[in-house]
Design a protein around this ligand. Structure first.
Ligand code: DGL
Length: 274
């Protein structure tokens, strides 16, 4: 990692591989920044867990990232953002956090049919954040939702286009198309990996919204306003960690982010990552 006035990587975490859909955008937009990615694959899916459990996992991972000098932390997970973003900001008031919220705003602003779809986990739909976003930004717009049961597991296995994955998406999207949606929001960071299949199902008239690029822009803005930009002398290094099986994640990386990289193991010990 680079030394200098702003050492330490940007920490990025998710329950699993979904966070890589955000990480790839951060790398595209901020190629000089060092990144440290944690996939909490021993606990995926977060979307079926209680918010207090997800909050606990998020706190432990945050402590781990901070112990590795992270100068900014990205919750590259809608479920963790819904459960833990406010809590983390209160608990670590000096640490800048960037979280996700379902991109209902751009969907509602752009819809002509006044009907949009959101795909996200059950925990995200149950959280306050989702309801406040719909209340604030989707007045007069019909918002249809689906949790795409089983889709996170398919994506964790690298299955982006099998008949089983297609069946989950068709079950979610066909009723939405029948009711006239013209925007579909990826409200879970795993789902951008199946955008090609989603686009095939919904056709060219429906816009699929991936919030990854907007989140990466927000990371750039926060680094800038806090004076935390790294030096631009060399390309940033990226380190990958998982609480699951490092060999499996390493095997999947080329499919997920188009390149090979070592993956290191992280272990949960008595509530602490070591
Ligand atoms: N990728 C996550 C999200 O954005 C969570 C998926 C899961 O673990 O259920 O919500």
């Amino acid at each position: 990692m680079k030394q200098g006035p702003t050492p330490g990587p940007i920490g990025v975490f998710d329950s699993g591989v979904g966070g890589l859909s955000v990480l790839r955008e951060i790398r595209r937009q901020l190629p000089f920044e060092d990144l440290l990615f944690v996939a909490d694959q021993s606990h995926v899916p977060y979307g079926l867990r209680s918010s207090s459990q997800v909050r606990d996992f998020s706190r432990v991972i945050t402590n781990y990232l901070l112990s590795h000098g992270s100068r900014l932390i990205v919750l590259a997970c809608n479920t963790a953002s819904a459960a833990a973003l406010h809590y983390l900001r209160r608990s670590f008031p000096d640490v800048p956090f960037v979280g996700m919220e379902p991109a209902v705003k751009p969907a509602a602003e752009g819809t002509k049919s006044r009907t949009v779809g959101v795909l996200a986990t059950p925990a995200t739909f149950q959280g306050e954040l989702y309801h406040s976003v719909v209340e604030r930004f989707a007045k007069g717009v019909t918002v249809l939702t689906d949790t795409c049961q089983g889709l996170v597991g398919q994506i964790e296995r690298g299955d982006f286009d099998s008949p089983a994955t297609r069946a989950i998406l068709e079950k979610a999207l066909h009723p939405m198309i029948a009711r006239g949606v013209d925007r579909v929001v990826m409200g879970c960071t795993h789902y951008p990996f199946v955008i090609p299949l989603i686009e095939e199902i919904v056709g060219p008239e429906v816009e699929v919204i991936d919030p990854g690029p907007a989140v990466a822009r927000q990371v750039g803005r926060v680094l800038e306003t806090r004076g935390l930009r790294g030096s631009e002398s060399s390309l940033g290094a990226v380190q990958y960690f998982t609480t699951g099986d490092p060999a499996k994640l390493r095997q999947l990386l080329p499919k997920l982010i188009g390149e090979e990289s070592p993956v290191e193991a992280l272990h949960w010990e008595q509530g602490q990552l070591g």
